[in-house]
Design a protein around this ligand. Sequence first.
Ligand code: ADP
Ligand code: MG
Ligand code: ZN
Length: 566
Amino acid sequence: MNMQSTLMEQAKSYLQKYYGYPDFREGQRKIVESVLSGADTLGIMPTGGGKSICYQIPALMLPGLTLVVSPLISLMKDQVDALTTAGVSAAYINSTLSGKEVNDRIRAARRGDLKLLYVAPERLELDWFREEMGSLTISCVAVDEAHCVSQWGHDFRTSYLAVAPFVNGLPNRPIVAAFTATATPEVMDDMTRLLQLREPEIFVTGLGRDNLAMSVLRGENKREFVLNYAKTHGHQPGIVYAATRKEVDDLYERLKQNGIPAGRYHAGLSDKERDGSQEAFLYDDIRVMVATNAFGMGIDKSNVRYVIHYNMPKNMEAYVQEAGRAGRDGEPSECILLFSPQDIMTQKFLIEQNPQDDGRKRNEYRKLQQMIEYCYSTSCLRWGMLDYFGEKHDRKPCGICSSCTDERELVDMTRDAQIVFSCIHRMRERFGVTMVASVLKGSRNKKVLQYGFDSLPTYGMMPRRTEKEISELINVFIAEGYLALSEGQYPVVRLQPLAVDVLKGQHQVMMREPEPVATQTAGSSRRRRGAYDDGPSAVNETIFEQLRLIRRDLAEKERVPSYIIF
Ligand code: ADP
Ligand code: MG
Ligand code: ZN
């Protein structure tokens, strides 16, 4: 106990001496303490949370060497440069070095002149390297971006699997400390299992940084939005993520045409152009970086004031990692996701394009669905995020996300919900969102007629909304847990217990109606809509008749409890 606190005093003095920071951040202290106590440790912290210090400070205090496994050459270099400048003896070994340089560094390590040595995971697979390392005192192996070991993550890298055999092959097993910003249960399990952590201490901190105002905007004219936003925030650094290179190029051109100092970054550009624009962004020569998700891993720019997602990312892990590049300095910053239903199609297409086994595919669809639900959610987005990552929170609305600041009033949408749920039930829960919307709209498309759905009592019960708007409404019901989608490429909509309560009249549905779908003109969103646009009185009788039939059917279904008697 006493010894522990003296150790932490010493840790703090190193922090002040080498980094000039007065104290550890929330989360860092516990992780440093855990590593210093000799425990395997899994540290989960958002991007910019300060994971590096969690292994660098222990490295200064533990005997011998800390070997850092790091995925990118650029990351290694940045970190080592920063450490060296601060007076810490650190080096990296990677493919950019000559044989002599590599030997010099190994020799320095052998002499005990190095506290930290950075390597890419591939190096751990080389016999000669393993042998060299086996002859040194290695106190700790720190695994950075440790989610790369997991196939469930978004950056799977086979050679991360070499970490565990490497560690096991050392004459004395070092402490293994793993770090990432990805906190889903599957990835956490994988990191523990595949890195063979021994009874690790696990720390999850600060995913919901409260300086970040999260928004999801639906129905925007995206391009106009980005141009206007970049114009009005012209002096502030920001990142715009787009899904494809073509979109990056288009946006980049448009921004330049409008006199906004923009740069671009994607895998289709030359190394020179990429490095050039990255550097220009870091030094504030350009303000807006338009990029694919190839940009940003490990970028240490603390004053990014906004991150705009031009398209919905494939899952929450990717989103949080990218959006988390805003506001690392703790100043108020915005994370804006511009959502359109088209994004869903794109992501599904991408999943289908990618050859992989069924289990993995199913998992990707499931994660995509959770991302979609986040986009349609009308409750506090920060909650949504924290719940997704299983972080405990006090269940206070954040007050600054687009849901919390939505001025539209909650309206009673029970009747709309009942119509939708009835229709799904009548269609035997065997169809997807679009088909249900077609039936509710009263569409005469071939499939509707072929199944005879034009004779359903719910057919055409939402004539005033467009099919797109009905789909949006159904998606909101899914996001709010009334409905669920089955897994797979063509998911079907199913009723959840809560929907049955609504049909029984035991649960009132209070919500904000989704914004109308984009009408190609900017600034059309957030138009207020009443709940009863479909003309309530005209259909009131039929809905009661309708409900009666549904209740009867429901009562006959074995999976529905028999207490539903009307
Ligand atoms: P991560 O790896 O978690 O994304 P980094 O380790 O790169 O984050 O740190 C992000 C930024 O936070 C860096 O600029 C770092 O110097 C700064 N930082 C880390 N710890 C502290 C601290 N205790 N006090 C102030 N700044 C800190
Ligand atoms: Mg990092
Ligand atoms: Zn909120």
